[in-house]
Design a protein. Structure first.
Length: 309
């Protein structure tokens, strides 16, 4: 028998816990035919509703269901990490509780693992049901990110992935505090098969992401997987130095030859403002990396467990 660990990060998903369970075990005959044993690990990310109670109820009915609950909300990345640490399976799959990651895809995903792939990932090819502005910025993010990072980050990639134990251990070896999972998957490499499907809208409840939280998340992704912004800051500084030297020489020569009285105070103010702005901008970029380094150096735990059933 092989063991498959299913990791389900949940934050205020009380309505979806049971639906997810039912949907997952629709694959029961498939699991049996392939001699796969299943453990489901619901990771409660500090939910404020009855998510924990729902999972406990399921656990009473079926001992294949496990619960890890956090002391507060640590974010989905932390929940995934905790689930991976807890998992004992020969294979691990991560899925959202809201059924946007269809469990019916599992047999196909498993067939690729059988063919020798180390990991089977999914991406959605449409962004149906999403505000157009959000889709636009999401596309921009992936375009920029792939230009400035050596790690490949696939547009529309979901966290829905089936992986072998080897890949899981590689991901667990990355103990960084700022966990940008999409980047981590790309960074570890291994042979990955990509499956595509149309976006499925969330079954019940609401998305936990606003435009603003997604924006902040994208900045985290950039600082976690690229240092190009630092180079941009340095290059900008150098360019402005060269420009300034050129201008100084021009002004000195002009004054010596024509003896012009200095003029142009309004343009001077503009230049000072521009350069000051660029300086602050670059300082901000450095600050971003410094703050990430600060959090990393503190070595705080990525999550804190309240209950482990
Ligand atoms: N989630 C989590 N912690 C959070 C936010 C979300 O564990 O702080 C879980 C959530 O319960 C769901 C998954 O992450 O299972 C994806 O969240 P959501 O559906 O809100 O994101 P979307 O699909 O809209 O990108
Ligand atoms: Mg969702």
């Amino acid at each position: 028998m092989k063991l498959l660990s299913v990791i389900v990060p949940c934050y205020n998903e009380e309505e979806n816990i049971r639906d997810f369970y039912n949907e997952l075990f629709r694959n029961d005959s498939f699991f049996r035919s392939k001699e796969i044993e299943v453990e489901v690990i619901y990771v409660d990310d500090g939910s404020k509703d009855h998510t924990v109670a729902e999972v406990k109820r399921l656990h009473e009915e079926d001992k294949r269901v496990h619960l890890l609950s956090f002391s507060r909300n640590f974010g989905k990345e932390a929940a995934i990490y905790a689930g991976l640490q807890k998992s004992r399976g020969d294979m691990v799959v991560m899925m959202d509780a809201d059924l946007q990651d269809p469990p019916s895809l599992l047999p196909e995903m498993y067939s690729y693992i059988e063919q020798g792939y180390d990991s089977v990932a999914t991406r959605r090819v449409t962004r149906k049901g999403e505000p157009p502005v959000r889709s636009f910025f999401a596309r921009m993010f992936y375009r920029i990110m792939n230009k400035i990072s050596k790690t490949e980050i696939v547009d529309g990639a979901r966290d829905y992935r089936l992986m072998t134990r080897q890949v899981v251990d590689a991901i667990l070896a990355m103990t960084e505090y700022n966990r940008f999972t999409k980047g981590i998957f790309g960074w570890v490499g291994y042979e990955t098969k990509w499956l595509e499907y149309e976006n499925i809208e969330r079954r019940k409840g609401e998305t936990k992401w606003s435009f603003w939280t997604l924006f902040v998340y994208s900045l985290e992704g950039i600082t976690a997987f690229s240092t190009v912004p630092l180079t941009v800051a340095a290059v900008l500084g150098a360019l402005f130095c060269v420009l300034a030297f050129g201008l100084i020489i021009v002004i000195i020569v002009k004054t010596l030859i024509f003896g012009d009285p200095t003029s142009g105070w309004p343009s001077m103010v503009c230049i000072i403002l521009l350069v000051g702005g660029i300086q602050l901008f670059c300082l901000g970029i450095v600050g971003q990396y410094l703050s990430k380094t600060y959090m990393e150096v503190k070595k705080r735990p990525i999550y804190l467990i309240k209950e482990d059933i």
